[in-house]
Design a protein. Sequence first.
Lengths: 155, 196
Amino acid sequence: MSRFNKGGGKEMPEMNTSSLPDLIFSILFFFMMVTTMREVTLMVKFDKPVGTQLEKLARKSCTSFIYIGQPIENLRSQFGSAHRIQLNDKFAEPQEVYDYITVERGDLAEVDKPFFTVSLKVDHHTPMGIITDVKQILRKAYALKIVYSANKPRE
Amino acid sequence: MGKKRKMPGLNTSSTADISFMLLIFFLVTTSMDTDQGLGRTLPKPPEDDQLNNEIKVKERNILNIRINKDNYVMIGDDYASLSDVKERAKEFIKNENNRPNLPELKPKKIKGLGKTMMVTENHVISVQTDRGTDYGVYFMVQDALVAAYNELRDELAKEEFGYKFEYLTDDQKKAIREVYPQKISEAEPKKYGGQQ
């Protein structure tokens, strides 16, 4: 039938892609809003403990993080496998937490200072000794609001 | 200069690629993890003159939870498993039958509820760990304690207002919190079970 004859028929009109950039820009803006920049490269490995009664962190901009765990595989030969504290991009001793907190809190705006929170991201095998030391120093530094970071149980 | 020529439209077909690149860049450099956890407030650092006189709390008002370096949990004077912590804590906080070994009940006028309730106002739950205790176990105990408080608050909220605690208004929440104030002590570190 001639109806299906395509010889020399009309060409398929090209799809209009002029709105594609806008679409992708909106996805981009969405991601920029819901995500935060990754501040540090992790040098310790931590499996966070699992808890059921968790609250969401209220203000991420007023939060400083302290990571405690074993050094990651690549750094084991250099730093051993004992649990270490990581502040920013380097390993630290418990005493250095004080300075870290002072600096971090100093960076905040005056209005945000009462909301300053320290989030402890700690591996669940870490002995409490380190954490107790850190907590005592946090008390001295008057960083009294802390959060034990944890994961939700998997369904 | 004769006829006006029509300006050809700018070719924008690559804008999509550019914005894709930006998108992928952001996907790689950002993290989406919403941080969750248990919030705690540490006590203020001790003043020098306070160092030696610890606040005295009646023995019946303290629930001691100890975890030794082998991660055994002790509640009061006997060994317990992690799953017991929540029930024991609830029993302790509520002291429903006014038992003498549980914290003392005191009448307290709660404005938000418009009545006086018997409240174990002075109770303290103290969690003590050894330096060798696993953080995971400590965390699970803390989680269980918060769960105990949350369940008690939920129960009371349902009884008084007919809703779960999280759906109440701020004033109602405050009233409930007055009945069950969260008192978990971040105790000074001590050494337990170091020697066998």
